[in-house]
Design a protein around this ligand. Structure first.
Ligand code: MOS
Length: 762
């Protein structure tokens, strides 16, 4: 690592309450669109009612006549906006489809924006625009006529090579037992409770953007490019985000449009897109299909793994998650063969959503592993044990740490797995068929270049500034804990400022890298402050610490103390320095990233490393067990209990970690049993684009959830020893549920979500 400070221990790992908890429960933490703005105008979008074809004309007369309507933005008067290339990484454009017509590339494409004195007038104006289309027959998705296919490695920047090892076809042909099965996952939408909003205000040529964001530096630089202005003319403010889940890491076309409107009208403009518009003006998780073949010996040792995946994307953009990049490292597979195909349809461009690569691919693999265990007549936990590995089956790299079987053993014990009768349908309780299932959770450990500025006052007050993002991940809290730990002050005296592009940059809040990256930068800045203080103490003749080595010193309770009991108050050290405060700025560059990654970060280009990309494989792992009860008559599916055990390196805060895992497993239940965006196969339009029809789990759907934190030490991942965990726990859940459905009913459901109708007759 670039900085080799020892992993701090004392303060860390405590269940410190969220620093932002009070702000959130009192409403002091505002959504971007609730920030008070002087004299705003209001924008309302008009979106396409067809998925493919041409917008022939717009009749704006009736809309212009609505009292209060100020201006209507269409392609006629927005041509000065520069086109932003699609970018599959953090930052950049979420889609290359940015034109307001005349070509229509997907349902719900923005074709006009009405700006008025009130929201109501803008909405009425939008409703009164008449649009005429020349519609063509769109391709909605898999199985539709007119889709085109591309090999992911040929078009995706992020997936140039797919994992391969040995001769998988030959190994499969020679395998004693083979599972050959197809799986599918549906379209899902993030549906963050905070809508897709943008408020823009100009002042003296400076633009301020209030928008929920997972990457304020990305948004700042990208909106500047679209407006063709210098990036230092733009500031993005997003201190709290009401849910993101991957939908807010890149710029969507709305931001530049609102910024242009505010400039034109010389007045702040606020856009709050509706819930249904959010389904098409931002990204989503595209549907996937999988063909898996697993080969094994009779004793359970895997000999071959072939995984072919298909993913839907828009016509122009090669978005793909290609989760084989992660799944291929999971077990000692023997020979491996993978292939990912992008299927282009007339759809908006998909994007990151909640553990994007692993959720669909691990669902398929972990279902297939269960099918293999059934075929072998073997306990599914034992099948994982036999194939557990500390070595990458693809390149032979070692894992930096891996505690998968410890997770299985702890979760199995707590769950009572040894009492399971493996015979499907055998664990019936009167009218309820009981099913027990398990599966592996895995998530790559990511880290990125990050910067932070820390100031320590003589009275022990600390301020940390970094443009990281609080998306519910507990960023304020762990960054505050890190500074408190290093500077020997209570967390309550640390003020953390995040989510503002006027602060030093931090990476996109994606890939679960935030804690590792920003805490490493915070630690480095704190250590620079310590160095200054310690040097000032040991080099002063009149200090009780004179002549000591800085290495023997510690900061605690507002004092510098040495191992031999000598100490000096911070105030006195500051007095000698003649300063009221010490401020340090630090740049943290993880091993594997280049020094220029700092400049790139300032320019809004984040880069993450880790997972399978370093010298060692870096992954967090877990094991999830679920109990289902399926009504023998109605096939109603209930989930009375779940147990998840997870190992993710050093845990900074057991309370926020537990919350992340709880939330993750609940999302997993959503994926398993509820969530799916329905698409009209003829018109290629989303049908259930509202929170009444888009099903998500509610309290009544969730029973007991037992979370076990399995201790793990990892000195390789980063100075703090932490692995990202926010996206870990929703990875294994869907497969665990599907496996439990099989155990309860004897019926293997390979297409998500699993609903009553799939089990009728089972
Ligand atoms: Mo998350 S889907 O990596 O923003």
């Amino acid at each position: 690592m670039a900085t080799a400070a020892p992993a701090p221990k004392a303060n860390m790992g405590k269940p410190a309450p969220r620093l932002d908890a009070r702000a959130k429960v009192t409403g002091e933490a505002r959504y971007a669109s609730d920030v008070p703005i002087n004299n705003p105008a209001y924008a309302f979008l008009l979106i396409s009612a067809i998925a493919k074809g041409r917008l022939e004309w717009l009749d704006l007369d009736a809309a212009r006549a609505v009292p209060g309507v100020l201006e209507i933005f269409t392609r006629e008067n927005t041509a000065e906006l520069k086109k932003i290339p699609f970018s599959a990484g953090g930052g950049g454009g979420a889609t290359s489809i940015q034109n307001l017509g005349p070509e229509i590339a997907h349902d719900g494409q923005i074709i006009a924006m009405v700006v008025a004195d009130s929201y109501e007038a803008a909405r009425e104006g939008a409703y009164k625009i008449k649009a005429s289309y020349a519609a063509e027959t769109p391709s909605a998705g898999f199985g539709s006529a007119g889709t085109t296919e591309e090999d992911a490695t040929k078009v995706s920047e992020r997936h140039k090579e797919v994992p391969q090892a040995g001769d998988a076809e030959a190994a499969l042909a020679a395998s004693e037992v083979v599972v050959d099965a197809e799986y599918s996952t549906p379209t899902q939408h993030h549906n963050p409770i905070e809508l897709f909003t943008t408020t823009c205000a100009w002042s003296d040529g400076q633009l301020t953007v209030y928008e929920p964001s997972q990457f304020v530096y990305g948004l700042k630089n990208t909106v500047a490019k679209a407006l063709d202005i210098e990036s230092d003319k733009v500031r993005v403010i997003s201190p709290y985000v009401g849910g993101a889940f991957g939908s807010r890491g890149q710029m969507t076309p709305r931001t530049a449009l609102v910024a242009l409107a505010a400039k034109r009208l010389n007045r702040p403009v606020k856009l709050v897109a509706t819930r249904d518009q959010g389904f098409t003006i931002a990204t989503y998780r595209a549907e996937t299909r999988h063909h898996i073949r697993l080969g094994a010996r009779r004793d359970g040792k895997l000999t071959a793994y072939s995984h072919e995946g298909w993913e839907i994307s828009s016509r122009p953009d090669p978005y793909v998650v290609a989760g084989v990049e992660e799944s291929a490292h999971l077990y000692g597979f023997g020979a491996v063969k993978t292939k990912v195909t992008i299927v282009h349809a007339d759809r908006n461009t998909p994007g990151f959503m909640r553990s994007p690569p692993v959720v669909p691919y691990i669902y398929a693999l972990e279902s297939a592993m269960d099918e293999l265990a059934v075929k072998l007549g073997m306990d599914p936990v034992e099948l994982r044990r036999i194939n557990d590995t500390m070595t990458d089956p693809i390149k032979g790299k070692p894992y930096s740490s891996r505690s998968l079987m410890q997770c299985y053993d702890e979760a199995a014990k707590s769950f009572g797995w040894s009492r399971r009768n493996a015979q499907p349908g055998s664990m019936r309780d009167s009218d309820w068929l009981i099913g027990w299932g398990c599966a592996t959770a895995v998530y790559p450990t990511h880290i990125g270049t990050a910067t932070a500025r820390v100031r320590l006052l003589a009275n022990g007050e600390v301020r940390v500034q970094t443009a990281a993002h609080e998306i519910g991940n507990g960023a304020y809290t762990v960054i505050g804990q890190m500074a408190a730990e290093r500077l020997g002050v209570p967390v309550s005296t640390v003020k953390v400022e995040l989510g503002d592009s006027s602060l030093p940059p931090a990476p996109v809040a994606g890939g679960s890298n935030t804690t590792a990256s920003t805490c490493s930068a915070t630690l480095k800045a704190c250590d620079a402050i310590r160095d200054k203080l310690f040097r000032a103490a040991v080099t002063a003749d009149d200090s009780p610490l004179a002549g000591r080595s800085p290495n023997e010193l510690k900061l605690a309770d507002g004092k510098i103390v040495s191992g031999d009991g000598a100490g000096e108050k911070l105030e006195d050290v500051f007095k000698r320095l003649g300063a009221g405060a010490i401020e340090e700025y630090a740049e943290f560059i993880p091993e594997g990233l280049k020094p220029e990654s700092v400049q790139q970060l300032y320019a809004g280009k984040g880069a993450l490393t880790g997972g399978a990309h370093g010298k060692k494989l870096m992954y967090a792992l877990g094991a999830e067990f679920v109990e289902l009860r399926i009504n023998a008559h109605t096939r109603e599916i209930r989930v009375p209990r779940m147990v998840g055990a997870f190992a993710a390196g050093h845990i900074m805060n057991t309370r926020t970690t537990r919350s992340q895992y709880l939330g993750g497993m609940i999302w997993g239940i959503g994926s398993a049993l509820h969530e799916a965006t329905e698409i009209d196969p003829i018109r290629a339009r989303y049908v259930n684009d509202n929170l009444a029809d888009y099903l998500i789990p509610v309290n009544a759907d969730i029973g007991e959830v037992d979370i076990i934190l399995v201790p793990e030490e990892d000195k390789d991942v980063n100075p703090a020893g932490v692995k990202g965990l926010g996206e870990l726990a929703n990875v294994g859940t869907a497969a665990a549920v599907a496996n439990a459905v099989y155990h309860a009913t004897g019926k293997r459901i390979r297409d998500l979500p699993i609903r009553i109708e799939h089990l009728l007759g089972a």
